[in-house]
Design a protein around this ligand. Structure first.
Ligand code: ARG
Ligand code: ASP
Length: 703
């Protein structure tokens, strides 16, 4: 621990020295168009044979052309010249679930399209590829003056972003997006190809794809085959197109060859994907608020909801299918927050951050920059004191009215409808179509008894007035009657809506949220964000020798590292690779988390591993790396030193989930499925050999 402490304290001071030492790699999520220099050198020192141009090139095909942003949330990669993409099982979960029923239970049994005709189209699913990245900072900050108020600055910035997005040079089917980096100190423009015909090709049963479920989630050793396979279709010109039966498999600019040689400790690993959000440059006071107030309150509410949902899913198959995605979503963040808090506490992150702030302040004074930056840290303290209560109140509202309870969610959407009608009465028909879409969405996976029980357990966290009798009186709990609330003209609709028992109950709370809670929150948040922007700038100015990567923001990044185990506590060391043996060790017949399909047991018992075993004769399942990843990196390819696919990123270890605020190279590890396990399941378990035939299998270590 002392070593970690010392290391962290020294980071800004002796960073250049540390960077040169292979084992003290510091994490970071880097912009792929800016790798030349420091990153390229550091990657080489970790064993990479790749040049910056192999990774990102706008004139030739490069690795980046194989990386797709999957439905805005996860990552996926091209693995064949015929449009095949790979992502996680938990990323394709919603699609797998939507094709499932009690009769065709693809969640339980898996799904494999044995020909192109069997592949299943998915409404609203899209995959984005980045064509080009450009620095547009000066255009976005044009006319933004220091004398302006924060509101005025934001208005000017939004206006500039819009014109940059509109003026960008692009093909007619391409999209553009500008994103803020370094807390708004830099801006980049992205030119995007969006593919909207993406079909489900294959998924293992949940007992493989989600093996270990919530018990093993965010943990190592891990034995989950967390993958699913899709195919991108394009029009006759190989361009993005909406779904059509005439579309053909997309021929990508680049696809990743798959290595059959696997990994050993110390091998170079590159994870290429779309990390969603990190907050690595928070002041200590913010980490204190998050871990001591914000996380605990969220954990409590989710725990209350999960208790009800989990129990019902176990005894009722229809509920299990309906609530599968919802439950996974609620449970995932719930468990992450718990781990995050433990990690922050165990590594003394708050004290370390305070010590770092002392170092920063000292250097600032030494450089005569006190007048410029001296206000920042004290102001954070005041702002967070003021922000804490409203932040929690707002989050509690969202947890109850959007995340956990469906009846309240329907009233919340109805409130938004009422506003829409009042603001834009001429678009009444459009608003009605919108709310009906929302209601259909909720009712597709709705069970009134589960929802009512959730209501009773979560509502007390938002109000003293918990009235479950509305469930008997409201129209919302039945789809047909809910939809009928919205038949008629505007006046009739609003009258019926306001007479509904659930709506009448919820409306004052939603109103209060909109008029007070959220307004207060947004105002305070804006000032915190503005100060965070100043702080980011100050850090880079006062301690210029340290290296700064921009926080994750849902844009394409690389993070590199090595295959490496870790020691979570005294006397314990986790090996970086685990095997099919571990699946069998965890096997509990009939269990909802740890059952193992008979076919997989047979393959194991007969050692029928084909070409997928390691040199030790065992089938590898998962491995660990030092790559700095976060939510959104799920489904990201792990690429070897030569540009081949070796793994599929899907999780992080329990002790290291705090890496979103405090990456610690000693204990932060990402978890990847070994690609040989993926191939083994596709080939030997599912018999989908036609998919293997499409791929390019290579032996980089046997050259
Ligand atoms: N923890 C991983 C991530 O954040 C995997 C989640 C899927 N698995 C689950 N049991 N919910 O997304
Ligand atoms: N499981 C995460 C995801 O879905 C990855 C992570 O948070 O490490 O993106």
């Amino acid at each position: 621990m002392k070593r970690v402490l010392k290391l962290i304290r020294l980071i800004p001071v002796v960073l250049l020295f540390i960077v040169n030492q292979v084992n003290a790699q510091q994490g970071g999520m880097w912009i792929p168009s800016l790798l030349e220099g420091m990153n390229e050198t550091e990657m080489k020192s970790l064993g990479s044979q790749l040049s910056a141009k192999d990774i990102y090139d706008i004139n030739n095909s490069s690795l980046k052309d194989a990386i797709g942003h999957f439905n805005g949330g996860c990552t996926s990669e091209m693995i064949s010249p015929k449009g095949l993409i790979l992502t996680n099982h938990h990323c394709g979960f919603g699609q797998i679930q939507s094709h499932s029923s009690i009769e065709k239970d693809y969640l339980k049994n898996g799904f494999w399209a044995m020909s192109l005709d069997d592949e299943l189209p998915n409404e609203d699913l899209y995959v984005d590829f980045i064509v080009r990245i450009e620095d547009v900072t000066s255009a976005v900050l044009d006319n933004v003056e220091e004398t302006m108020t924060e509101e005025e600055k934001q208005i000017e910035i939004s206006k500039n972003i819009k014109s940059v997005e509109e003026a960008a040079k692009k093909e007619e089917w391409q999209k553009t997006k500008v994103k803020a980096f370094y807390k708004g100190n830099q801006y980049y423009l992205f030119i995007i190809d969006r593919f909207e015909d993406v079909r489900l090709v294959g998924a293992p049963p949940t007992s493989i794809g989600k093996f270990g479920s919530d018990t093993d989630n965010w943990m190592f050793p891990r034995h989950t085959g967390d993958f699913s396979v899709f195919r991108i279709y394009a029009d006759a010109n190989n361009r993005p197109a909406k779904y059509s039966k005439d579309n053909v498999p997309y021929q990508p600019k680049h696809f990743l060859p798959v290595s059959l040689d696997g990994v050993s400790e110390g091998d170079f690993t590159l994870v290429f994907g779309f990390p969603g959000r990190t907050d690595e440059y928070l002041p200590a006071v913010a980490i204190e608020h998050i871990t001591q107030e914000y996380n605990p309150s969220n954990i409590t509410i989710r725990e209350a909801a999960l208790k009800v949902i989990d129990a019902q899913m176990k005894i009722d198959d229809a509920v299990r299918i309906k609530y599968a995605s919802k439950q996974a979503r609620i449970a995932n963040a719930w468990k992450k927050w718990i781990g995050e808090n433990l990690g922050i506490e165990k590594t003394n992150a708050i004290e370390n951050r305070k010590a770092f702030e002392t170092t920063f302040t000292k250097a600032m004074k030494e450089k005569g920059l006190e007048e410029k930056y001296g206000h920042i840290l004290p102001q954070f303290n005041t702002l967070y004191k003021d922000f804490a209560e409203i932040n929690i109140k707002r989050r509690n509202f969202l947890e109850v009215f959007v995340v956990t309870n469906e009846l309240m969610k329907m009233t919340y959407r109805s409130y938004q409808l009422e506003n829409k009608i009042k603001e834009n009465p001429e678009e009444f028909e459009k608003h009605i179509a919108w709310i009906k879409g929302q209601l259909n969405g909720v009712h597709k996976n709705y069970d009134v008894n589960v929802d009512k029980a959730v209501f009773k357990s979560v509502m007390p966290y938002y109000t003293k007035d918990v009235d479950a009798s509305i469930y008997k009186k409201t129209a919302f709990t039945d789809l047909k009657s809910a939809l009928s609330l919205f038949n008629g003209n505007a006046k009739q609709v609003l009258k019926k809506l306001n007479n509904d028992a659930a709506y009448a109950y919820a409306k004052p709370m939603i109103n209060n949220y909109y008029k007070e809670v959220n307004v207060g929150y947004q105002d305070k948040k804006m000032h915190i964000d503005a100060l965070q922007k100043e702080y980011m700038h100050a850090l880079m100015d006062v301690l210029p020798q340290a290296r700064y990567f921009p926080d994750a923001n849902g844009t394409l990044r690389i993070t590199y590292g090595q295959v490496k185990g870790y020691s979570p506590r005294d006397g314990v060391y986790y090996n970086p690779v685990c095997y099919l043996e571990g699946v069998m060790e965890k096997y509990i017949p009939g269990d909802y988390e740890f059952d193992v399909p008979q076919k997989l047991q047979d393959l194991y018992n007969n050692k029928d591993y084909g070409q997928y075993a390691d040199t030790n004769g065992k089938v590898p399942v998962c491995f660990l790396g030092t790559n700095h990843t976060t939510g959104g990196n799920s489904g990201s390819p792990t690429i070897d030193a030569y540009g081949n696919l070796i793994g599929l990123n899907f999780d992080r270890v329990w002790e290291g989930t705090m890496s979103d605020m405090n990456y610690d190279p000693e204990i932060c590890r990402n978890i990847m499925v070994d690609l040989r396990y993926v191939l083994f399941i596709i080939d030997k378990y599912a018999g989908a050999t036609h998919l293997i035939d499409e791929m390019k299998l290579v032996h980089p270590k046997k050259k």
